[in-house]
Design a binder for this molecule. Structure first.
Ligand SMILES: [Zn+2]
Length: 257
């Protein structure tokens, strides 16, 4: 593709991503509260004022209003800005690498789904079943379309990732919930064997390191809950894009092949 035209498409994709992010913000806010996602117009959660169309332009409205509700001045969470910006960035970057392919759609879907899971679990300590179902159906369809993870690989990835976390949950008795195990089934399905289990392993590693820091800094006690879903999300994203390099690096340096 001619260079100028390629940049044009990346900018278009970035703006499409911003709009998707705007929708994801609605999902992140409403899903754990049991509110309808499709119906009612967006409104300020503090004063209830319905937002006008010019309050709903991704990023720009937030910056224009300086992160405050136009009617009551209540602060709007910077999460709105972050989710929109990340969606735009991820959409453009993945398109840059994969082009208009099924692989692009698969990893965009995975990243956006995991972002929604990340922010809901971080705030509410739950992973809604509806997201798990959307993830399982999306994973099956997109694996077939993208053809980068075969059926057997996906099946083994799903069973090993969720099965291992189930064992960890039984042994550790608490901290890891059913939602985390179901999420691990989704990430294992998407990445297959061995990247799915690698993602979980990286998540456990990151959670362990953070837990040690928090205990040392005395920010949290041993019994304070920390949601585990966000760690599965981070580990899975690293495994999806750098997993093969990590495995090669490990084999070369530690197994000396
Ligand atoms: Zn308000």
């Amino acid at each position: 593709m001619e260079e100028g035209l390629a940049y044009f498409w990346l900018i278009i994709l970035f703006f499409i991503g911003l709009c998707i992010g705007s929708f994801l913000n609605v999902v992140i806010y409403r899903l754990p509260r049991g509110e309808s996602i499709a119906l009612d117009r967006s409104h300020c959660p503090v004063c209830g004022k319905t937002l006008a169309w010019y309050d709903l332009i991704p990023v720009f409205s937030y910056l224009l209003l300086l992160g405050k509700c136009r009617a009551c001045g209540a602060p709007i969470s910077p999460r709105y800005l972050l989710v929109e910006f990340l969606s735009g960035l991820v959409t453009a970057v993945l398109f840059f690498y994969f082009g208009a392919t099924a692989v692009f759609v698969k990893y965009l879907f995975l990243c956006l789904l995991l972002m929604v899971v990340f922010f809901i679990d971080l705030e509410h300590y739950i992973i809604p079943n509806s997201l798990v179902i959307v993830g399982l159906i999306g994973g099956i369809v997109l694996n077939i379309a993208a053809r980068d993870v075969g059926f057997i690989s996906a099946l083994i990835g799903m069973l090993v990732t969720s099965g291992f976390l189930l064992i960890v949950a039984l042994v550790s008795r608490g901290g890891i919930g059913g939602g985390d195990i179901k999420l691990a089934a989704v990430t294992g399905l998407f990445l297959g064997w061995p990247l799915g289990p690698l993602g979980l392993f990286l998540g456990i590693l990151a959670a362990g390191i953070l837990a040690i820091f928090l205990l040392l800094l005395k920010k949290k006690g041993r019994k304070d809950p920390i949601p585990f879903g966000p760690f599965i999300v981070l580990g899975t994203i690293i495994a999806a894009f750098y997993g093969n390099q990590l495995i090669n690096w490990y084999l070369i340096n530690f197994i000396k092949i």
